[in-house]
Design a protein around this ligand. Sequence first.
Ligand code: PHE
Length: 341
Amino acid sequence: MRPESLAGLAATARAEVAAAVDLEGVEAVRLRYLARRDGELTVAAASIGRLPDQERGPMGRAFNAAKAEIEQALAERRSALLQTTRAQAAEAEWLDLSDPAVSLELGHLHPSTRIQREVEAIFAQLGYRVVEGPEVELDEVNFQLLNIPPEHPARDTQDTFYLTETLLLRTQTSPAQIRAMWAQPPPLRVITPGRVFRRDNPDATHFPMFHQVEGLCVDEGISFSDLKGTLEYFSRSMFGPDRAIRLRPSYFPFTEPSIEVDVSCFLCGGAGCRVCGSSGWIEILGAGMVHPQVLRNGRVDPDRYSGFAFGMGPDRIAMLKYGIADGRDLYENDLRFLRQI
Ligand code: PHE
């Protein structure tokens, strides 16, 4: 072994380092020449100690030079490769922060749902709890326990989808009154929103499925003036602080007395417009004092307790509030319609 062969070894190693395409390749070259036990340079150096004095010096210097040369080549190649990798990553992951953001498509609540939630929120403030009743109901609960026996004329106005002789799709949310009383003794304040079904042909104001929100309050000493105060509070919260209400006598089999409730038109303020039919009033709900027999059917003692109930249609309120002329629009899921509300 001569000093020149060490230089030759270093030259070969440098060429291999230059040819390495990645860091693993560079490391493989390092191991081939400089590995602690069997690197080619390491092995060559092992014999230096046994050389005669005058040869040992030049060989030692040649070894140091070769080692330094290879180490420098390795370091340079490593840093060159790292730089390329970083540059490639920067190019690949480049993000233009001035790019306009892609806008997300946001959904929103159906108009009827919105009204329903508003109603729930107002009554929640008065201590009402939201409960849901079944859409498939017993004839007994939907009608009979609400004082509507078979052959009762009230059944004519609620043409019914029967599933069996005793099971039907509820035609109103009022059966929830019975179920609420069964579920909990007075004092009782509940709001029941939900779908109801009637065999109506669709037109601008009828649909075979629509929504109702039912309310029921039962306690000792509940009077008609509580009903009136509650309705007034509700109307002002829902339709604005200037609204007045007007009660008209009506008839429902399960309330006595029964009323229909108008609110002064929230579009024209009562002056008269197309929506309120120039009367200045808009009918928004039916209500009344719960009939003693209905309390009894709910296992509530009418000698001790009394209550009031009311029912309204969020679809109708949505139509009035948002100026929807044809109620079918609410159910046909035309996105052009739904998006504008
Ligand atoms: N269920 C009645 C209807 O569908 C509305 C109503 C509810 C009336 C509660 C009085 C009390 O017309």
